[in-house]
Write a protein that binds this ligand. Structure first.
Ligand code: NAI
Ligand code: 15L
Length: 268
């Protein structure tokens, strides 16, 4: 049966806020969790991913989990270890103990961030390209994908790991023209990931059907995902402002962009 009750971790964050708005239209009842208060949602669970008891209670009775909580930029290893590595482990343990069937894991393009950016005529980057994390942050997403594989093989907990490109209301850089996922397409992809049959552990890239796409969306499409958006309608304005990607600019050399050279730091 299709999942109805879904725990959304990281509900206070940028993506969590967008998904809180968009996912209920698909018929989901969302249970919200974040370490900080979720604006306008007094019923949200305030819990840290370090708190195993709280996680166990939070996942009890849900059909599935969308796991967005964690540090979403670069940070000292100790912080990444606590929030993203141990925190994701704690969530998977809670899911296993409580019999939750499926998790949608917010992985990131930064798990493969040091992959060279494909140039014109190069093939799209396949989903089984070797991991090349660009940061401690990207490394934690590699861990999450491997954890998901282990929990499928060993415990039968299913996961779709979504290597999200850039999911924001609109693209704000020329790089983002290649990796952007519109919020509406993200909701479509999460819905496909929650409802497709027999996913085991499936890794997909998460983006819209961008004209300038760098990676292969076929594993996402195989889940039933049909992206409706294309960043190209923002291209003229962004290129006029920033110029085309430059082969001589190290910030433009890899999928991970500036994360490979000067990664943005988690402010907290
Ligand atoms: P965000 O930084 O806006 O939101 C993350 C949320 O997680 C925050 O509300 C924060 O309070 C919460 N959080 C952090 N540590 C926690 C802990 N120890 N316990 C409980 N909650 C904790 O990030 P955003 O953009 O919403 O991203 C959501 C997820 O998607 C993240 O896992 C991120 O790595 C991933 N992602 C997002 C992309 C994007 O374009 N927005 C791209 C690739 C991956
Ligand atoms: C990510 O993984 C970050 O969480 C997000 O804030 C963006 O920076 C995105 O990657 C990106 O690559 O643009």
């Amino acid at each position: 049966p299709a999942p109805r009750t879904v725990l959304l971790t990281g509900a206070a964050g940028g993506l969590g806020t967008l998904m809180r708005e968009l996912l209920p239209a698909y018929g989901y009842e969302l249970r919200l969790l974040d370490v900080v208060p979720v604006e306008g949602e007094p019923g949200a669970i305030a819990a840290d991913l370090a708190d195993r008891e709280a996680l166990r209670e939070a996942v009890r009775g849900v059909d599935a989990i969308i796991h967005l909580a964690g540090i979403s930029l670069e940070a000292p290893f100790e912080k990444i270890l606590r929030a993203n590595i141990a925190g994701t482990y704690n969530l998977y343990e809670a899911a296993r103990e409580e019999g939750v069937a499926r998790i949608v894991f917010a992985s990131s393009n930064h798990a493969v961030g040091f992959t060279p950016r494909p140039r014109a005529e190069d093939p799209l980057i396949p989903v089984d390209t070797p991991r090349r994390p660009d940061t401690h942050y990207g490394l934690s997403k590699c861990f999450g994908e491997d954890l998901a594989q282990l929990y499928w093989d060993l415990h039968g907990v299913e996961t779709v790991s979504v290597r999200i490109g850039s999911c924001f209301p609109r693209p704000t850089s020329v790089r983002m023209l290649s990796v952007w996922m519109s919020p509406a397409d993200c909701a479509r992809l999460f819905h496909a990931a929650l409802t497709a049959g027999d996913v085991g552990h499936t890794v997909v890239y998460g983006s819209s059907a961008n004209t300038r796409l760098w990676w292969d969306l076929s594993s996402a499409r195989a889940l039933g995902y049909e992206p409706q958006d294309d960043s190209e309608r923002y291209a003229a304005a962004l290129v006029a402002e920033q110029g085309e990607l430059d082969d001589a600019n190290p910030d433009h050399a890899h999928l991970g962009g500036h994360f490979c050279t000067n990664p943005p730091q988690w402010p907290h």
